[in-house]
Design a binder for this molecule. Structure first.
Ligand SMILES: [Zn+2]
Length: 252
């Protein structure tokens, strides 16, 4: 109805996740993997596990979120769809295990208020895995946000400048980043659903015939088992309040 996956799709995604975690557990019996397998397998409609690593509970989160916000945006159309990428906060696979987005989320919230946005800014936090197929050790995770932001030109300009500050713009050696993208909203339900999709994917990079670093256009499922399980373990640590971003929404 809102561009959501079906319950059956979420269920089969969970079966896939459990299968990968089992394989990983067989080669490396880490207790928290086993625990997460049990949590996801025991999740039911009556007793949802509420883990953010569970595709069914993620679906539930998105549905709730869309139902909550759709009426607001149908009445408040002066908004833009904004993507913010925090290159300066990129992290390696090894760091992922002990990483938390708390700091980044707080920083962004404060910055948006400082810029002068007074109306709700809402959306979602997620991570992409940039897999360097030619040098796997240089692969990294990139935190980013998909947000609905009031269309206030002066404040949006401040946001643009904030994202384009030097340390974010030049966080990758020899590359100029594109940390902000501002789009018009065509279909609000679609955009809302996209903001909170909570399915972390990978973007493969490769060196082409001319020796240039290029990325594959479409994101895909994380291929490496170890990396995928790590991402599920981190998602399991997170709460809805990490994945649903909001500023200026008290009492709504
Ligand atoms: Zn669940």
């Amino acid at each position: 109805m809102f561009n959501l996956e079906t319950i059956e799709q979420a269920q089969s995604e969970n079966v896939h996740r459990v299968k990968i975690m089992r394989k990983k557990y067989e080669s490396k019996p880490v207790p928290k993997i086993k625990k997460l397998i049990t949590v996801i397998e025991d999740c039911s409609v009556d007793t949802p596990c509420k883990s953010m690593a569970c595709a069914k509970c993620q679906r539930q989160r998105r549905q709730k979120y869309i139902e909550k916000w759709l009426p607001y945006f149908e009445n408040h159309t002066g908004y833009k769809f904004v993507t913010l990428i925090f290159y300066q906060d990129m992290i390696s696979n090894n760091e992922l295990t002990h990483w938390s987005p708390d700091n980044l989320i707080q920083r962004l919230g404060k910055a948006l208020k400082r810029m002068g946005f007074c109306d709700p800014v809402i959306g979602g936090f997620e991570m992409d895995y940039h897999r360097y197929t030619h040098n796997i050790k240089e692969s990294y995770w990139l935190p980013h946000f998909h947000l609905l932001v009031p269309d206030e030109p002066d404040n949006l300009e401040k946001l643009r400048n904030y994202m384009l500050r030097d340390k974010n713009l030049h966080a990758r050696k020899g590359r100029r980043n594109r940390p902000i993208r501002i789009d018009d909203i065509d279909e609000i339900a679609k955009v809302l659903s996209y903001c909170v999709k909570g399915f972390w994917q990978e973007i493969p990079w490769f060196i082409n015939d001319k020796g240039l670093l290029k990325k594959v256009k479409n994101k895909k499922r994380i291929t490496n088992k170890t990396v995928f399980v790590k991402s599920l373990l981190l998602l399991d640590q997170l709460k809805e309040s990490h994945l649903n971003f909001s500023v200026n929404v008290q009492n709504r």
